[in-house]
Design a protein. Structure first.
Lengths: 160, 317
């Protein structure tokens, strides 16, 4: 199990770096989908099959499809690729790398203080749904109202 | 020999059978279509033309595999592989008979839906990477159609899930011992059937590859084995949808004792495959905007209503 975890984590990290470094938008998007799918595998290994499948359906399957759909409409060509290349100059990398390094150091020091022998317990669909419609029902309703507002405003903008 | 779910033998046999059946369907479809149209169909190669598939395979393997110089090579090569992988992975959760299957998963239904939405990338990337107007038009249509119909596909299944109380396809079959779900969930069945045709973009919903309007749609630029993968992928999708309908609404492998369970499964699935082929012979293609408004304005409210009524009935009993 832990081998699967490290393998999926490796794929996730590499593909996420590739998302940033790719100058071709479509290739970057494919790497992002790969990264989301490997995160789904990580969820599964950590004992949450429901979250894993939702990650695959919602993020990799629905939201990224819409991204690709928009890119298809925009028809980005060589021009954007050159622009991307210009933005990816070495000089721009120094400060973000330093800042990310500080965060990584903090993360490692926090994580190393945890008990590492925690066995993952499987959380099924039933447990997640009982929580969502039990103690967290207010949050679910609020999120749905937010989505409804987005839907209505998109409809309004498209109608103009 | 051990016939347990997930044994190596099981996986190998299922994988081979599914691919061979999908390839043979090319011949079955042509023969059945000609039967209904009072023609003969392919009957020259081998007995009843059965070896036509072999001849087609030899042809497709030896053809030049051409990648257009203007295409985006990475996504162009990736696209046909995605549809094959996504659909073959979906077969992993299908329970063919007691002891026959690849994995007994608690998230079976959701896994199939996830793979269906991953499969949408195949047609989108194919059209986008081809750098061809017709291919792009085809994949735009495909993307819109698949995103829309995925929604009702998921919602129409929820009635079955609510009745059986499980996402596990094997448990859904076992829960139908007293009666098939097609009777209490008839509306769900009809919506799933329509969404299934749209997902595998078969006629009458083959708008993404409408030959008369946009050449061959998203696979206009494909040749050789890459085209072959799209072609077989479509038939694999057909087999998948038929077996899912059998599992979810028609009691899977269950049937009278005189035939083994796997035979019942094959018979039921084949009836739906034949029905899909008959649909192709019988119904013309709708217009693109008709398809979209039919989906969003009619099927979506209907499937939500179906779910609501099912929930109310379950709660009241």
């Amino acid at each position: 199990m832990s081998l699967l975890f490290y393998l999926a984590a490796f794929v996730a990290v590499i593909s996420t770096v590739a998302v940033i470094l790719q100058t071709n938008v479509v290739h970057a998007l494919i790497y992002l989908i790969l990264s989301l799918l490997s995160v789904a595998v990580i969820f599964y290994v950590l004992g949450s099959p429901f979250a894993a499948v939702l990650e695959a359906i919602v993020y990799a399957g629905a939201i990224m499809v819409l991204f690709l759909f928009v890119i298809m409409m925009l028809n980005l060509g060589q021009h954007t690729r050159d622009q991307e290349k210009k933005w990816l100059s070495l000089k721009g990398w120094i400060l973000p790398c330093l800042l990310a390094g500080v965060l990584l150091f903090q993360l490692v020091s926090v994580l190393s203080s945890y008990d590492q022998n925690m066995a993952p317990e499987t959380v099924g669909v039933l447990e997640v749904s009982a929580l969502l419609f039990g103690p967290y029902v207010l949050a679910v309703e609020l999120a749905s109202i937010l989505l409804l507002a987005g839907l209505i405003s998109a409809y309004h903008l498209a109608k103009k | 020999m051990n016939w347990e779910v997930g044994s190596g033998l099981n996986i190998g046999v299922i994988l081979l059978t599914v691919i061979i059946v999908a390839a043979m369907l090319i011949w079955v479809e042509r023969r059945l279509l000609s039967l209904w149209q009072e023609r003969l169909g392919p009957n020259r190669v081998g007995p009843f033309g059965l070896l036509q598939v072999v001849a087609d395979m030899i042809k497709i393997f030896t053809k030049e595999d051409w990648v257009p110089p203007f295409a985006d090579k990475f996504s162009f090569v990736l696209a046909p592989a995605i549809i094959m992988v996504a659909i073959l992975l979906s077969f992993a959760v299908v329970p063919f008979a007691p002891g026959v299957g690849v994995i007994d998963s608690n998230i079976g239904v959701l896994f199939v839906l996830a793979m269906a939405s991953i499969g949408a990338y195949s047609v989108m990337l194919a059209g986008l990477s081809s750098d061809n107007k017709y291919a792009l038009l085809g994949s735009l249509r495909a993307a819109a159609q698949m995103i829309s119909y995925e929604v009702f596909m998921g919602v129409s299944l929820l009635g079955v899930v609510a009745l059986s109380g499980s996402f596990n396809l094997r448990e859904i079959v076992l829960a139908q011992a007293d009666g098939w779900y097609v009777i209490p969930q008839f509306i769900g069945f009809v919506i799933f059937l329509i969404a299934g045709i749209a997902e595998s973009h078969r006629l009458p919903f083959d708008i993404p590859e409408a030959e008369q309007e946009i050449c061959a749609g998203y696979h206009t630029e494909y040749s050789g084995m890459k085209f072959g993968m799209f072609f077989v992928g479509e038939y694999l999708g057909l087999v998948l949808i038929s077996s899912l309908i059998t599992v979810l609404f028609f009691g899977g492998w269950m049937g009278p004792e005189f035939l083994p369970p796997i035979i019942w499964f094959v018979i039921k699935s084949f009836i739906f495959i034949a029905f899909f082929i008959l649909l192709r012979a019988a119904i013309p293609r709708p217009r693109y905007d008709q398809l979209m408004s039919y989906g969003w304005l009619f099927l979506l409210p209907l499937s939500l209503l179906n779910l609501l009524v099912t929930g109310a009935i379950i709660l009241s009993t």
